[in-house]
Design a protein around this ligand. Structure first.
Ligand SMILES: [Ca+2]
Length: 339
């Protein structure tokens, strides 16, 4: 009985200590964060943002611990390729996209012609990024970007993004009232980061402001982005293949960072079991990817495998994930049979 009571007391003390420690910790982090904000504000003004906009946007900024958790654990990295693609390119996604297309047909067709980007690709990107505008994100992206800038992991990258965002507001290109988006600071129907907005976004309906949550500006901006980074209309993105086991491992790309060892499709003939069934130009430059290799525990080294072409790398440019680019191109192909 006595032991039980002592045990209970010990647990209470332990919980009390834990609470005190975590509260002290949160308190210390907030002090550090406020110091960071102060220094950042000076830096932003030095980079040319007006003091008024810096004070205005940075006055309510807060540190959001949850964002650090999201940054460290992104579930999509742990899904196998088959599951990832299936979830994002299924028939419901196609149907929802067709509803949007029907409603906005005139605008989307016009943008397809003007920027030479397939409407199916634009719909696929919007469908996967935000489920056609349904999940635009509710995070205050100034606080998101500030939290990730304050965090050590990718501080330099996010600090630059935050300064670009402040400049866009300062130049009245973006309205500060609609700065709500993803935990990583992406924004609008196609989840543009501030740098992408600065480099590629367009005020398509010419009302002097870029509205990335509205159809006209967001579709034209996405199409302009794809056109400028070199997407080639009507060239395929990938082909699924079956590999022979004698393929040297140097040809198996498992990282989205740098696609290596590109050759003409015909060069890989001896390593592809279903080569005769491939309905593609064998003179296209291609690389081989095996996206589950090294990532999914216990996965087979040789399956799934895909030949990927230059267009595939453009989608990696948009979002550096092998599975993301496969899912976008699969959904695009699924639209092809419907529109
Ligand atoms: Ca506009």
């Amino acid at each position: 009985m006595l032991i039980k009571k002592m045990h209970k007391n010990l647990i209470s003390i332990y919980i009390l200590l834990l609470l005190t420690f975590s509260q002290t910790n949160v308190f210390a982090v907030n002090i550090e964060f406020n110091v960071w904000v102060k220094n950042f504000k000076t830096k932003a003004v030095e980079s040319g943002v007006s003091k008024k906009v810096v004070d205005d946007l940075m006055s309510d900024v807060i540190f959001i611990p949850k964002i650090i958790e999201y940054d460290r654990f992104q579930p999509e990295f742990y899904e196998d390729t088959f599951t990832y693609i299936k979830k994002r390119s299924n028939i419901n996604r196609v149907k929802k996209g067709l509803v949007l297309y029907k409603k906005e047909k005139a605008t989307i067709d016009k943008i397809e012609k003007e920027f030479l980007i397939e409407k199916e690709l634009l719909l696929a990107l919007m469908g996967i990024e935000t489920n056609y505008g349904k999940y635009l994100g509710k995070m205050d992206i100034v606080s998101s970007l500030a939290t990730l800038s304050f965090d050590k992991r990718r501080s330099e990258f996010f600090t630059k993004e935050l300064i670009i965002l402040l400049k866009l507001v300062d130049q009245k290109i973006i309205d500060k009232k609609i700065l709500f988006g993803s935990w990583a600071g992406a924004f609008g129907n196609f989840q543009f980061m501030p740098r992408t907005i600065r480099n590629y976004a367009i005020d398509y309906n010419k009302n002097s402001i870029i509205e990335l949550k509205k159809t006209k500006d967001s579709f034209a901006s996405a199409a302009n982005y794809l056109n400028k980074i070199g997407w080639k209309k009507n060239i395929p993105c990938f082909t699924k293949i079956k590999l022979t086991k004698n393929i040297p491992s140097k040809y198996l790309n498992a990282s989205a960072k740098n696609i290596k060892n590109k050759k003409k499709v015909k060069y890989f003939k001896k390593y592809i079991k279903n080569y005769q069934d491939l309905k593609i130009d064998v003179n296209l430059e291609a690389a081989i990817i095996t996206p589950d290799k090294d990532i999914i525990p216990g996965s087979n080294t040789y399956t799934p495998a895909y030949l990927v072409y230059s267009n595939y790398e453009k989608i990696l440019n948009w979002n550096r994930s092998l599975r993301f680019a496969l899912a976008v191109c699969t959904l695009k192909n699924n639209f092809k049979n419907e529109i």
